[in-house]
Design a protein around this ligand. Structure first.
Ligand code: C2E
Ligand code: CA
Ligand code: CA
Length: 604
């Protein structure tokens, strides 16, 4: 059977008996719905009424062309401003002529209009009047028209009053209940329930492409760290107020997560929101200054253009949120989600769902990239790097999965897993009496800064007998000063235990000489970014100074990402101790690394 075309109708909830919203059935009832149902049965159209909540949304729905048809107008009602066309329904009753209107919006197709007009022209005035009387007299009576007329005058008046009161009371009650369930307690904005309901009501296959979803992400974690929960809530309330100001008649705004607001913005299709966003974000960012707060506040925004097939609002919000998350990570105010980005998000989500399996099936594999002595190029040690051997996607690099694990807070699990792998690798070497090859192991900042980090590391290493100084724990610095005391204490305890500590990515981003004083470390790894500039006069001076300072503090200096002969030459000249880079070795799977080490150290 052929599928029927959907026709959306906005009804008048209060035009009894012509058309009204029945709170019991939560349907529109009355003469017009009945006629439209009859029309639907005879035609290729399926009529769908917007399930309103007892309020009249016709003006709003008409404005956005969200419906094909508006109904329930009576003579004297003010009609919609849009250009559209009307069709009359005439009824005579008690020798009086009654005129009702149905109104086509621009969304209605010509063929639908023609068909409905044809259908209405086949209905006689008597038939219509009959329907009217029938609707007004419940239960239906099969007596004379005179009796009905007399009865009707009194009864329908009573009914109208009764129903109006009932509808109003019910509407109010319904609204109160709904408001509680659909309101975000902190900000007073709507919540997820709210947006779900309104999305269903207003957005459909026809007008979906006229909306953009704008996700506002506030970094509340950071805010809570810098201030208090109450201060964070205050900021969120302020944001909600600004968003309220910028929410147009046809937009829907809600707080959908701890730190996220979403606005379904009626923009008429894809287009730039730059100017609008600059205004909104400008207002939000003025918060600290306006209220003399001791911290900065910011918002990251993701904008997702809805497609006709995007029926699931959760999915839409997810996509826009991903854009906001990316904007935050890249230090941008906002990002428009492109198709390419979306595909990447989808892929990431698929990966995310297979992380657990990856751990249980040992899909994370240890690779080792060798370090060489900067002067004789002999292998002296290596860095442990992880690869994900994904059964469908092949070998995945850390840049693909580490951010996912960080987001999922499972990076800690990978770090300890990797540490165990490294320990077992070193143990195997010790069995071969190779006791000078060292391995450095990466730890995320979160893992390293945890209060139980030292205990956990000791528990793992205590299972093995290799010399502890062969294990180097790499730590990266970050701007966060919050946990630096704990990091420092962990370093001291671990050194006392016998392992060594290196500062990774030195010279990148926020690391500074100050860190060298802050942390009692054994070595630094000069970031690839510095090595890349080694051929410029300032590049070489900076590296030279760093190496000098490092040596004065008794540290071993390693240069990362070395790719060319020129870089090697200069690093030798300025006294770098150890080199890591594709110039010498790519990361190798552990079995291959083990083979190579055995050959090198035992002359096999
Ligand atoms: P990283 O600690 O800075 O590791 C060095 C990265 O530079 C490695 O990338 C390595 O393959 C790459 N590299 C080495 N030499 C060269 C070179 O000459 N040229 C270029 N272009 N790149 C070079 P990889 O393996 O993709 O790892 C990326 C990052 O992922 C690592 O950066 C590290 O921070 C992180 N990572 C890898 N495995 C783990 C792990 O098990 N745990 C944690 N927490 N992080 C890991
Ligand atoms: Ca590293
Ligand atoms: Ca590094």
């Amino acid at each position: 059977m052929e599928e029927k075309s959907l026709i959306y109708v906005a009804g008048n909830p209060n035009a009894y008996p012509l058309e009204y919203f029945d709170p019991n059935t939560e349907e529109f009832e009355g003469v017009i719905p009945e006629l439209l149902e009859d029309f639907s049965a005879q035609s290729e159209y399926e009529i769908v009424y917007y399930k309103a909540d007892g309020n009249d949304y016709r003006r709003q729905l008409a404005k956005n062309n969200q419906v094909d048809l508006l109904s329930g107008y009576m003579y004297g009602d003010s009609m919609p401003e849009n250009d559209g066309s009307t069709v009359l329904l005439l009824a005579s009753h008690n020798d009086k002529e009654y005129i009702y209107y149905i109104y086509f919006t621009d969304a209605a197709t010509k063929s639908f209009k023609d068909d409905l007009i044809d259908y209405i022209s086949t209905i006689s005035q008597e038939e219509f009047t009959g329907l009217l009387i029938e609707e007004a007299t419940t239960p239906k009576e099969n007596t004379t028209v005179y009796w009905i007329t007399g009865f009707l005058a009194a009864f329908s008046l009573l009914m109208i009053i009764a129903i109006t009161v009932l509808v109003k009371w019910y509407g109010k009650r319904l609204k109160n209940i709904q408001q509680n369930v659909e309101t975000d307690e902190v900000t007073g904005l709507g919540n997820m329930e709210y947006i779900l309901r309104y999305y269903k009501q207003y957005v459909n296959d026809k007008n979906r492409i006229l909306y953009q979803a704008v996700y506002f992400y506030a970094d509340t974690d950071r805010l809570r760290r810098l201030s208090s929960s109450e201060a964070t809530d205050e900021f969120l309330r302020y944001c909600a107020m600004i968003l309220g100001e910028y929410t147009g008649d046809s937009d829907i705004t809600a707080r959908v997560s701890d730190s996220g607001f979403v606005m379904l913005k009626f923009t008429g299709g894809a287009g730039s929101l730059d100017k609008w966003l600059d205004n909104v974000l400008g207002r939000m960012c003025a918060y600290s200054e306006l209220y003399s707060k001791p911290f900065d506040t910011g918002m990251s925004v993701g904008i997702y253009q809805l497609r006709a097939e995007d029926r699931d609002i959760n999915e839409i919000i997810f996509q826009a949120a991903q854009g906001a998350y990316k904007a935050q990570k890249e230090g941008l105010n906002y990002i428009y989600c492109s198709r390419q980005m979306m595909d990447k998000f989808i892929e990431e989500r698929q990966l995310q769902s297979s992380i657990e399996r990856a751990f249980t099936k040992n899909e994370f594999q240890l690779y080792i990239q060798f370090y060489v002595d900067a002067h004789n190029f002999k292998i002296v040690g290596g860095e442990a790097l992880t690869r994900w051997h994904h059964p469908q996607k092949g070998v995945l690099m850390p840049s693909v999965f580490i951010p996912l694990l960080e987001r999922e807070k499972t990076i800690i699990r990978l770090d300890y897993y990797c540490l165990k792998e490294v320990c077992s690798f070193l143990e195997d070497l010790a069995k071969e009496s190779i006791d000078t090859f060292f391995i450095s192991c990466n730890f995320s900042r979160e893992t390293f800064a945890a209060t139980d980090f030292v205990g956990n590391v000791k528990k793992i290493i205590d299972e093995y007998t290799f010399p502890r100084e062969l294990l180097i724990l790499e730590i990266t610095d970050s701007t966060s000063v919050r946990d630096s005391a704990q990091v420092r204490q962990n370093i001291i305890d671990l050194k006392e235990y016998g392992v060594r500590i290196a500062l990774d990515d030195f010279g990148e981003g926020c690391t500074s000489f100050y860190d060298l004083q802050k942390y009692p470390i054994d070595g630094i790894k000069l970031d690839k970014g510095l090595v890349d500039y080694i051929l410029t006069p300032s590049g070489i001076s900076i590296l030279k100074a760093m190496i000098q300072v490092g040596h004065e503090l008794n540290m071993t200096i390693l240069a990362e990402g070395v790719e060319t002969d020129e870089q090697v030459k200069i690093l030798q000249d300025i006294n770098c101790d150890v080199i890591q880079g594709f110039k010498f070795f790519q990361p190798l799977p552990k079995w291959e690394a083990n083979k190579k080490i055995s050959e090198n150290y035992c002359g096999k």
